[in-house]
Design a binder for this molecule. Sequence first.
Ligand SMILES: [Zn+2]
Length: 379
Amino acid sequence: MSDILKYLKEHSNYITDTLIRLTKAESPSHTKTLVDKCGEVLQQEFESLVGGSVEMIEKTEVGNQYKFTYGAGDEEGQILVIGHMDTVWDVGALPIRQEGNLLYGPGVFDMKGGLAITLWALRALKETGSQLNKQITFLVSTDEEVGSAHSKEIILKEAGKSSLVLVPESSIGPDGAVKTERKGAAQFLMKIEGIAAHAGINAWDGASAIEELAHQILDLKKLENRDEGISVNIGVVKGGTRGNVIAKEAVAEIDVRITKKAQAEKITEAILNRPVFVKGTKVEVFGEIDRYPLERTEAVIQLYAELKGIAASHGYDLREGSSGGASDGNFTAGLGIPTIDGLGPLGDGAHTEREHVNLTNLPYRAALMAEIILKYANK
Ligand SMILES: [Zn+2]
């Protein structure tokens, strides 16, 4: 057994304690005061366990964010770990409880478990005297669950200096597979303007925005391609005012998912430049690709192979999988920086009342992160 895994197994109970302290500091994305308190707890944990440098990034609309750095190595080519401390849970909505080796609670799996793992991975590197030739930056945001509008910029900035990005977001249950692929996502808003008219008196003078919308929906669905992993969902439609009025306005919200960056341009073009079906109506579409896909590139395959090797040396098989959902890892992957996601703990039930983490496995996941950092920091 490696010194790192040995150290972490011996400190298993302390890892659990860190996770419980982070979870007790409940931090719903929209409540800045609470997220800030969680940040203070996180900072204390970092200072007592790791003791590198701490930079708090003050935010006014969301919780303050943190950039922790460890190691005296180069900043250029640094190894970046990204996480978020906000959760989808309102305070008190989900009680914290332990059943055997499972810990249930708000955000334990998504992703305070990942934060605890990262802190302990760095702790283990420190305590085992592991030499790092690159700086490790641990960036923790506070608005991932609500779209990352206040953190996208800093994530991209830090990723630009990085040679590798590790994302300890929730793994794929039940065997803790890592995510070597994530879909990219885009949201669009379609606005249609028609010509209002009385449905009885002068029906033929109008141009129905709703009729146009109906054509648009069916036409948009033609852009889908299941084999290529391109999906288009029209999730919200609104329009019209009265049953006896030809609709002057209609809107639709469109969600697009892609699996390859190369698909982005073509689909964006097709959605922004719509043909018009009903004479007299006007169609405008707003929006863009928000997150590029995390693609299973050669570098990602290589990274996964190395993680798998570390896992094998710890006595288990590490699997890989893909996710239709996007994470902050999509931003860094979009820049072409090798990114692997789902490095968080073994567990299940993110965003549901079954949200839990397997406590016995925590030292293994922390050791996995520590050893991949060690490997890449000395390449
Ligand atoms: Zn998350």
